[in-house]
Design a protein around this ligand. Structure first.
Ligand code: G4P
Length: 282
C-alpha cells in the first residue's frame, strides 16, 4: 500500500496550527479510544514542543473499556494524562477542566509566585478529522460560555471561548492528518471510518476486520453472522452474504455488500465495544 496522504491545503493548515499552538499553554489532543496509536500524529510532539499536553480518548463509549484502561496506563508511563470520554455527553467533557488545571498547575504556581494575577490558561484542541473535535468543543463550551473575542497580539480571526474564570479555549480546532506508512495503521483508520472509503478496497478492509476479530473477539462474528468455528477466512464474507441476504440479481452472493455491511456494523457499534489496538500491539 502506497498512499500519498498529505493534501496540499494541509501545509497551510499546519502552519496556522503551529502559530495557534504558540499562543497556548496546553494542547488537548483528541484520539480515538479504539485506535489511540493510529489516530495520533507523531508530529504533535514537535508541534506542541514545550507545551503541556493532555490526551482525550474520545468515543470511549465504542471502545473496549479494559483496553482503554491499559491505554491510560500507557500514557501515564509517559507522564501524559489521558481521559476517556464520550464527547457527545456534556457532563463528561466538563471533567476535562480539572485535568487542564492539574496539567497546568506549574504555570498557575509560577504566576502566583511572581505575584502576577493568574492569567487564564489558554487551551487548544487538536486531532485528526472525524475524531470528534467539533462535538467536543460544542459540548464543552455549552450554551453559557462567552466568546472573549479577538485580543491584541492574538492572530487575527482567533476567537477564545471562556470555559471558566481560569480557562480559555480556542474555538477552532487544529486538524492533524493521520500518518500511515504502515499498512496496518491504514486499515485500522479505515475500519473506523477515519479515512475516505475510496483510499482502500472495502473488501480488504473487511478482511482486515475479519482477521482481527478472529484473533481478538472470536465470538462476535459467530454471534452476529452465525459463522461456524474454524471456517476459513476467505469463506466468511460469503457466509455473511448468505446469512444477511446480500444477494445480486441472479441470486449470487453479493460479497461487496457483505463487506460493507460488516464495516458498517463495526463503525456503528453493532459488533459491540471493540478496540482495534492495545499498547502491546503497537
Ligand atoms: P471532527 O470535528 O473531529 O471532524 O469530528 P465531529 O465532531 O464532526 O464528529 C464526527 C462524528 O463522530 C459525528 O458523528 C459525531 O457525532 C461522532 N462523535 C463524536 N464524539 C463521539 C463520541 O464520543 N462517541 C460517539 N459514539 N460518537 C462521537 P456523525 O455521524 O458524523 O455526525 P452526527 O450524525 O452525529 O451529527
Amino acid at each position: 500500500m502506497s498512499i500519498n496522504w498529505y493534501p496540499g491545503h494541509m501545509t497551510a493548515a499546519r502552519r496556522k496550527m503551529q502559530e495557534d499552538i504558540k499562543l497556548c499553554d496546553i494542547v488537548i489532543e483528541l484520539l480515538d479510544a479504539r485506535i489511540p496509536f493510529s489516530s495520533s500524529n507523531p508530529d504533535i510532539k514537535t508541534l506542541a514542543n514545550n507545551k503541556k499536553r493532555l490526551i482525550i480518548l474520545n468515543k470511549s463509549d465504542m471502545a473496549d473499556s479494559k483496553v482503554t484502561e491499559s491505554w491510560i496506563d500507557y500514557f501515564k508511563n509517559q507522564n501524559i494524562m489521558a481521559i476517556p470520554i464520550d464527547a457527545r455527553v456534556r457532563k463528561q467533557t466538563i471533567t476535562i477542566t480539572n485535568a487542564v488545571r492539574e496539567t497546568c498547575k506549574d504555570k498557575l504556581e509560577r504566576d502566583k509566585k511572581r505575584g502576577i494575577a493568574a492569567r487564564p490558561i489558554k487551551a487548544m484542541i487538536v486531532g485528526i478529522p472525524n475524531v470528534g473535535k467539533s462535538t467536543f468543543i460544542n459540548s464543552y463550551v455549552g450554551k453559557t460560555a462567552a466568546k472573549t473575542g479577538n485580543k491584541p497580539g492574538v492572530t487575527r480571526g482567533n476567537q477564545w471561548i471562556r470555559i471558566s474564570k481560569d480557562i480559555n479555549l480556542l474555538d477552532t480546532p487544529g486538524i492533524l492528518w493521520p500518518k500511515f506508512d504502515d499498512p496496518e495503521i491504514g486499515y485500522r483508520l479505515a475500519s473506523i471510518g477515519s479515512i475516505n472509503d475510496d483510499i482502500l478496497e472495502m473488501r480488504d478492509i473487511a478482511m482486515f476486520i475479519i482477521d482481527f476479530m478472529q484473533s481478538n473477539y472470536c465470538n462476535v462474528l459467530k454471534d452476529r453472522y452465525m459463522i461456524m468455528d474454524g471456517l476459513e477466512k476467505e469463506f466468511i464474507l460469503g457466509v455473511i452474504a448468505d446469512n444477511k441476504k446480500c444477494v445480486k440479481k441472479g441470486g449470487e452472493p453479493d460479497i461487496d455488500k457483505a463487506a460493507k455491511l460488516l464495516i458498517d456494523d463495526l463503525r456503528s457499534g453493532n459488533l459491540g465495544r471493540i478496540s482495534l489496538e492495545n499498547p502491546e500491539s503497537i
